[in-house]
Ligand binder design. Structure first.
Ligand code: 5GP
Ligand code: ZN
Length: 113
């Protein structure tokens, strides 16, 4: 996807603070962090959203969630972490390349006060 910013980041064509590469996956620091830890975990290959990757490549989706949970555990420890996958306009998705937000390091109440 020529115009997709996360494809460009995953290809190394746009700079990002990379936390970890895994086979076909990359984790980066969010440029506008909402918590002390705010990572984005995404596949290198373009899939627009969680629904698409679930249908097209469920094994990749499982590995995506596995890496997100592993990083959440590493960062959040016993205190925990939150994974968020915004999907579609009503779901608050602004970048149409599936990514998992990994948030940790502060208490995040739900629903937000
Ligand atoms: P969404 O709203 O699609 O779930 O989340 C998109 C996230 O990507 C936002 O948290 C935003 O701060 C982050 N983001 C958007 N563009 C860039 C970028 O070029 N680099 C990085 N590191 N994060 C980005
Ligand atoms: Zn993409």
């Amino acid at each position: 996807m020529a115009e997709c910013i996360f494809c460009k980041i995953a290809a190394g064509a746009l700079p990002a603070q990379v936390v970890q590469w895994d086979t076909g996956l990359v984790a980066i620091e969010d440029r506008n962090p909402q918590a002390p830890t705010h990572l984005l975990v995404m596949p290198v290959e373009h899939h627009a959203n969680l629904h698409d990757v679930a249908v097209d490549d469920p094994a990749l989706m499982a590995r995506l969630m596995e890496l997100a949970a592993k990083l959440g555990r590493e960062r959040g420890g016993d205190k925990g972490f939150r994974l968020v996958v915004n999907t579609g306009r009503d779901g608050g998705q602004t970048v149409d390349h599936v990514h998992v937000h990994v948030l940790a390091g502060r208490r995040m109440d739900w629903p937000p006060g």
